[in-house]
Design a protein around this ligand. Structure first.
Ligand code: 1CP
Length: 339
């Protein structure tokens, strides 16, 4: 197995900088769209041979150094009792969101092996068929809570914040429940053989640093200590430059950053506590090759002092991205970091 990615996660020396792309299996790839013509997104996630097929697509096409399980952070919510739909136009919809203490009491605890056997089976198929490490993942509790409370995506997260500030005890009970289930879900992925875990905290940045440290961080810490370094953990919080001083104490092996901060500055603030992942603006892939090369080099140079660096975009690749530019970016990271 090509273990460059895992070495970088552990802060060990590598021959070149490993690279993968958040949302690397997805709608920018014609091969993915072809599979999606036959099945809807939820069916794709629940059909192991197809989920494995689309996980592998970017490995062959882009030559990235890690695979990420094809699934979604909302998949474990169905067995908890939520009616989940992925709309082509509106994204995820939860038809029975949480708004009262009674709603929370009705939620079930999951048994991942029984309730989400397709995830375990997808991992098994992948381990037999790939030669790079496999990343498993889950949403961080606060990000998952926003979907459960809002019923889908949101602009100002008013319902979430209203519950947090008006019914704090209920909100924290929900966070406990999500955390318990996330731990079980991640441990089942690790048991099935994933080599690393990423926690996606897409909406961490909507909280004040004070509220983040009080109402979100303790749950992330609980997840990280339950995993107990059995595999490296990447904690990625979007829009989190103002939270780095809090995040650095998490004891995650890798901290993911978006593009809103110079990587050299993030490394100064994180110190040698963790490796970094990131941080190219996904829109740079709409520029010409010269621009991509310049910006890749800038990040590689900026990351020189890091304990370890995994190259990635600062958020998911956009569906409109030209595939040849994504291929060029991966090649460029490899070539420039080798010399
Ligand atoms: O094919 C389609 O039309 C569905 C689009 C799609 C895809 C390809 C969704 C719906 N999810 C995914 C896959 C997915 N989601 C992966 C696969 C592995 C990969 O290649 O990276 C992962 C890791 C996720 C994680 C995820 N889902 C996050 C966290 C990361 C991020 O992008 O911020 C979030 C917030 C979601 C919710 C979600 N699922 C899908 C959409 C469109 C959204 C976002 C909606 C919103 O903005 O609130």
């Amino acid at each position: 197995m090509n273990d460059t990615f895992l070495k970088a996660c552990r802060g060990e020396k590598t021959d070149y900088t490993p690279v993968w792309i958040m949302r690397q299996a997805g709608r920018y790839l014609p091969e993915y769209l072809k599979v999606r013509e036959k099945v809807d997104f939820l069916t794709l996630c629940k059909t192991p041979h197809l989920a494995a097929e689309v996980t592998i697509q970017p490995l062959d096409i882009l030559r990235v150094d890690a695979a990420i399980l094809f699934s979604d952070i909302l998949i474990p919510l169905e067995p908890m009792g939520f009616k989940l739909q992925f709309s082509e136009t509106k994204g995820p919809i939860i038809h029975n969101p949480v708004s009262t203490a009674d709603d929370i009491k009705r939620l079930r605890n999951i048994n991942p092996e029984e309730d989400l056997p397709f995830v375990i089976e997808t991992i098994r198929i992948l381990l037999k068929n790939i030669s790079v490490p496999l990343i498993g993942f889950a949403g961080a509790p606060f990000t998952v809570a926003t979907y459960l409370i809002e019923g889908g995506s949101s602009k100002n997260f008013l319902k979430t914040k209203r519950m947090l500030y008006q019914s704090t005890e209920d909100f924290l009970e929900l966070m406990e429940l999500i955390t318990d289930n996330t731990i079980k879900y991640l441990l089942s992925q690790i048991k099935a053989g994933v080599h690393a875990i990423q926690l996606f905290d897409t909406w961490a940045g909507i909280l004040t640093p004070y509220d983040f440290s009080k109402y979100s961080l303790p749950y992330i810490k609980r997840i990280i200590s339950a995993i107990d370094h059995s595999v490296p953990i990447i904690y990625f919080a979007f829009n989190s430059s103002s939270l780095l001083d809090l995040i650095k104490n998490l004891s995650a092996e890798v901290i993911g950053i978006d593009w809103r901060i110079e990587i050299s500055n993030a490394i100064k603030r994180l110190g040698k506590t963790a490796c970094v992942q990131g941080n190219l603006d996904p829109c740079i892939l709409f520029g010409d090759e010269e621009l991509i090369k310049e910006r890749v080099l800038r990040i590689l140079k900026g990351a020189k002092k890091a304990k370890g660096h995994i190259f990635n975009l600062g958020h998911g690749i956009l569906p409109e991205t030209p595939v040849n530019k994504a291929i060029f970016m991966v090649e460029t990271v490899h070539n420039l970091s080798m010399s």
